[in-house]
Design a protein around this ligand. Structure first.
Ligand SMILES: Cc1cc2nc3c(=O)[nH]c(=O)nc-3n(C[C@H](O)[C@H](O)[C@H](O)COP(=O)(O)O)c2cc1C
Length: 305
């Protein structure tokens, strides 16, 4: 029997557990000049808000040791242009399409979920309750179990497709938030979004980001993400999607062993747009070398040292 990379998240069949992360892959079409994105298990769009957002003024991105800080400010085309200009491309894809939504109020989230989940070609909704780079909404919802549950309960009522809250690492107890959204009806959870950070230019005495603070991502956050994925996967029954600092097949194996059923890759694709294909290849090589025939056999396989 050949090697199977197939996995399932909330009833969605993924041909492999590798997805693109929100905000690092545009609306999909941008990546087609580099590779056929149907080779992915799935893709997640940039966060869509009710109205277009221009985001923060530059500088929006700073390089850090083993990572980057970004304060994009949820720049996106808004719901109407998403439907008119971006959706037709997504509808032609054979990989799983997850649309990420963000809002400032519960009403924003339910309106977006209701409209977007009824569009053909949208397989699931990822709910960004964890953006550290906006003044209202975002983290306000994701930082408290009760607020997170309120948004997700409402989104779940409005949505016709599976609902996947995206959790923030900028909390005291991410397990409590995960349990709260599970109780509120979430079909899966993805984690982590970026960690709040900053950087200062000592020559000019200015913050390096116009927004002062940004979100840290890339290899620097991987150990944090991995620990949180393990804790959450051990505490909830719904599937966990691991995100944070992944750039190799070995990284993916670690997240799967920690209990993730799938993973997303963000920052790594800026330097290497085809990173996904290399990672799928490396994952297959690891599984074959270690005599696994099914990727699901390593999910949650970690043991105490
Ligand atoms: C430039 C940039 C923009 C991002 N935009 C979004 C976004 O719009 N919505 C969201 O939920 N996450 C967003 N993220 C977070 C990523 O999806 C991911 O959770 C995080 O970067 C950690 O994964 P990574 O280390 O593989 O990048 C963004 C990250 C970066 C670096």
């Amino acid at each position: 029997m050949g090697l199977s990379l197939q996995t399932e998240i909330a009833g969605l069949k993924l041909k492999n557990p590798i997805l693109s992360a929100s905000g690092c892959f545009g609306y999909g079409e941008e990546a087609t000049e580099f590779f056929d994105i149907n080779q992915l298990g799935g893709m997640v769009t940039k966060s869509i808000t009710p109205l277009p957002r221009t985001g923060h003024p530059p500088p929006k991105v700073v390089e850090t040791a083993s990572g980057m800080l970004n304060a994009i400010g949820l720049t996106n085309v808004g719901l109407d242009r998403f439907i008119m200009e971006k959706l037709p491309f997504l509808q032609k894809l054979s990989c799983t399409v997850i649309v990420n939504i963000a809002g400032s109020t519960v009403n924003d989230y339910t309106m977006l979920a209701g409209k977007i989940s009824s569009l053909e070609g949208v397989d699931a909704i990822e709910v960004n309750i964890s953006c550290p780079n906006v003044d209202s909404g975002g983290l306000e919802f994701g930082a408290s179990p009760a607020e997170a549950a309120k948004v997700i309960r409402a989104v779940k009522k409005a949505s016709r497709v599976p609902v996947i809250p995206k959790l923030s690492p900028n909390v005291t107890d991410i397990v409590a938030v995960a349990k709260a959204v599970e109780d509120a009806g979430a079909d899966a959870v993805s984690l982590i979004n970026t960690l709040v950070g900053t950087a200062i230019d000592i020559q000019t005495t200015r913050f390096k980001l116009s927004n002062r603070f940004g979100g840290l991502s890339g290899p620097a956050v991987k150990p944090v993400a991995l620990a949180m994925v393990y804790k959450v996967a051990s505490a909830v029954k719904i599937p966990v999607i691991g995100v944070g600092g992944i750039s190799s097949g070995d990284d993916v194996v670690e997240f799967l062993m920690a209990g993730a059923k799938a993973v997303q890759i963000g920052t790594a694709c800026f330097a290497e747009p085809t990173v996904f294909l290399r990672v799928i290849d490396e994952l297959s090589t690891y599984l074959k070398k270690n005599n696994y025939q099914n990727v699901n056999d390593i999910i949650g396989a970690v043991k105490d040292g």
